[in-house]
Design a binder for this molecule. Structure first.
Ligand code: ADP
Ligand code: ADP
Ligand code: ZN
Length: 218
């Protein structure tokens, strides 16, 4: 099962992806998480990505496509995976399709999470992440049990540098210009499932489970 979770920044993709990956027993592959881990560790890849991620621009395709395909080529992704944050433009979608086709695979379903800009901005402004393990929190909807301490690993819970208002606005405009057309790409292929990202995390997950169970029956 090759799943994609798609949608604007802050729609709740990562939050839902953790639950879906657990339920479906497939790895959650987030290109944003991969970049942040590389930046934190000061790798060559992290250094190349840094200025783009910090400014809310897309990391160039020659970097991100190689990284994503390398990750889903690993052994744990053989039985399936859930991609989050990739593909983010049509070129990435085409390269992913080609790579899968060469391996006799395709995208099973794309879960497209929809949310209005106002709610997106509120959610991103109050987002916090663990610097050590990447776990996501929210000061209003999902705070860690102990302030600024990760429930999962005890690491420091911080704000992402790109979760500042001006950068968020740029990420939204990049999304509309470069990423939104990817939705049409998958609609044409008949695999797009739209899901409202509104309401609490359990309600959104319930909608996703419904879509996935329909899908498993057919
Ligand atoms: P969000 O959770 O807000 O949607 P991500 O964590 O997915 O953001 O991504 C953070 C940043 O990482 C992006 O703004 C971009 O700079 C970079 N990035 C992640 N995935 C991609 C991709 N597929 N193509 C280009 N850049 C990417
Ligand atoms: P994305 O991966 O799409 O950028 P996240 O999963 O990181 O989005 O969610 C953005 C922020 O909103 C996080 O702080 C997260 O805890 C919070 N969040 C996610 N889903 C919901 C929800 N249904 N209701 C309220 N807050 C949410
Ligand atoms: Zn942690």
């Amino acid at each position: 099962m090759q799943l994609l979770i798609f949608g604007p920044p802050g729609a709740g993709k990562g939050t839902q992806a953790v639950r879906i990956a657990q339920a479906m027993e497939i790895p959650h592959v987030s290109t944003g998480d991969l970049f942040r881990a590389n930046m934190r560790d000061g790798t060559e890849l992290g250094k190349k990505a840094q200025e783009y991620v910090t400014g809310g621009e897309l990391v160039p395709n020659e970097i991100v496509i190689a990284m994503a395909l390398d990750r889903i080529g690993q052994a744990d992704c053989q039985k399936g995976f859930l991609l989050d944050g990739f593909p983010r433009d049509v070129e990435q979608a085409e390269q992913l399709e080609k790579w899968l086709l060469e391996r006799g695979k395709n995208i099973t379903a794309v879960l497209s999470v929809e949310l209005d800009d106002e709610t997106i901005i509120q959610r991103i402004i109050s987002r916090r992440v663990c610097r050590s393990c990447g776990a996501t929190y929210n000061v209003s909807a999902q705070p860690p049990k102990v302030e600024n301490v990760c429930d999962q690993c005890g690491g420091p819970v911080v704000q992402r540098p790109d979760d500042q208002r001006e950068v968020i606005e740029n990420r939204l405009s990049v999304y509309k210009k470069q990423t939104a057309p990817v939705e049409e790409f998958y609609r044409k292929r008949g695999v797009l499932k739209t899901i409202s990202g509104d309401g609490d995390m359990d309600s959104v997950f319930g909608r996703i489970q419904e879509v996935l169970s329909d899908f498993e029956r057919s």
